[in-house]
Design a protein around this ligand. Structure first.
Ligand code: SF4
Length: 376
């Protein structure tokens, strides 16, 4: 089983915290689509006959493409792959693009089974702080339209830790999401990445700085409220009700193969990891000459183990130490001695983080990382 990810590198407006690859100009859209169709054809051997289980249209903003564009892309994909066993087909969409009910229904006809809506907040002051292109009314209207079109598998993104977001409003954000009876919520702390517009504006004093204590407090509220509403925190930032997990993303964490298409998209086939050039013009020009423009790395055994530690610890399934040879197990157990026992559990060779441990997931994973596995 494998997944296909397609990166649509266009956005209406640049959110100030974003460090994904995208362009706010649609000038190259037609050229991009032609290049993408060529890439679909040229990469058809990468997954070597795997059954395609999931498709994920991400970005950027896939909802910036027209229905005709998406039909063309999916039509080409289905001429190369058997998509009859796809169980989950997700499209990321921003609320301001979900204004037309007939287009939403038509996406269902195209095979889309799941919407991931970039709500981020139901409060305009937070959306303005982040320079999002939509407002809170549009956020709610978009959820209603997608639900009215008959989609049950809906995820929304919510961001906490925004300096404008009070603890009271964070709880209200969650209450509003619960009231919409959403089955899946992805929630992330606002992170100030280097060289983003948010970073620059905070440095210049034009925007208030992000406060780590506020983020940690709101993360605790998030975990408590989700649990009270019977959401399972199956990954640190992902919460699902009734076992409706995001299959495509879960498969990344399980280490399954995936093919990434489009500028900046990553691919993994258990042997190598590769990533496409993060530039629309270079991507288009290479594919005009039928050249795939990517860099790749062959993962060492240590990198493979450490990736599993990093991703496994973030999930409810944990990291299975017992899957490895004795020297690796011993090294991890030795590293574990420096971790606060309140932050993890270990049962039947499976390491998992406790709720408190989830606050320090990345640091704990880094402390457990193994070195030079090849030599042992
Ligand atoms: S819509 Fe998404 S990809 Fe586009 S700028 Fe905003 S956060 Fe980044």
């Amino acid at each position: 089983m494998a997944g296909i990810y397609i990166h649509i590198p266009f956005c209406k407006q640049a959110c100030n915290y974003c460090n994904f690859y995208f362009s706010t100009s649609l000038g190259n859209k037609e050229n991009f689509i032609h290049a993408l169709l060529k890439e679909i054809e040229l990469t058809k051997e990468y997954l070597k006959g795997e059954v395609i289980e999931t498709i994920y249209l991400g970005g950027g903003t896939p909802s910036q493409l027209s229905l005709e564009d998406l039909k063309l892309i999916i039509g080409n994909l289905s001429s190369v792959y058997d998509l009859s066993r796809v169980t989950e087909f997700t499209i990321e969409a921003n609320p301001d693009d979900l204004k037309d009910s007939s287009t939403i229904r038509a996406l269902g006809t195209l095979g889309v089974t799941r919407f991931s809506i970039g709500v981020q907040s139901f409060f305009d002051e937070d959306l303005q702080y982040m320079n999002r292109a939509h407002n809170s009314k549009e956020a709610m209207a978009s959820i209603k339209r997608v639900q009215d079109a008959g989609f049950k598998n809906i995820s929304i993104d919510l961001i906490y830790g925004t300096p404008t977001l009070t603890d009271v409003n964070w709880r209200k954000n969650l209450e509003i999401a619960f009231a919409w009876n959403i089955s899946h919520i992805s929630s992330y702390a606002l992170t100030v990445e280097a060289k983003t517009s948010l970073d620059r504006k905070i440095r210049k004093g034009e925007l208030k700085a992000v406060n780590e204590e506020q983020s940690a407090r709101q993360f605790r509220v998030l975990m408590d409220e989700m649990r009270a509403q019977k959401f399972e925190q199956y990954e640190i930032s992902n919460f699902a009700r009734d076992g409706i997990y995001a299959i495509h993303n879960s498969n990344y964490w399980f280490g399954k193969k995936y093919l990434g298409l489009g500028p900046s998209a990553h691919s993994y086939n258990k042997i190598n990891r590769r990533w496409n050039v993060s530039n629309n013009v270079e991507y288009i020009n290479s594919l005009k000459n039928r050249i795939l423009n990517f860099e790749e790395e062959i993962l060492t055994e240590a990198q493979r183990v450490n990736e599993k530690i990093m991703t496994g610890l973030r999930t409810i399934w944990g990291f299975s130490i017992k899957d490895y040879e004795l020297p690796i197990i011993e090294e991890i157990q030795k590293n574990l001695a420096s971790i606060d026992v309140e932050h993890y559990t270990q049962e039947d060779g499976i390491l998992k983080l406790t709720q408190e441990g989830r606050l320090f997931a990345d640091a704990i994973a880094a402390q457990l990382f193994v070195e030079e596995v090849e030599k042992v």
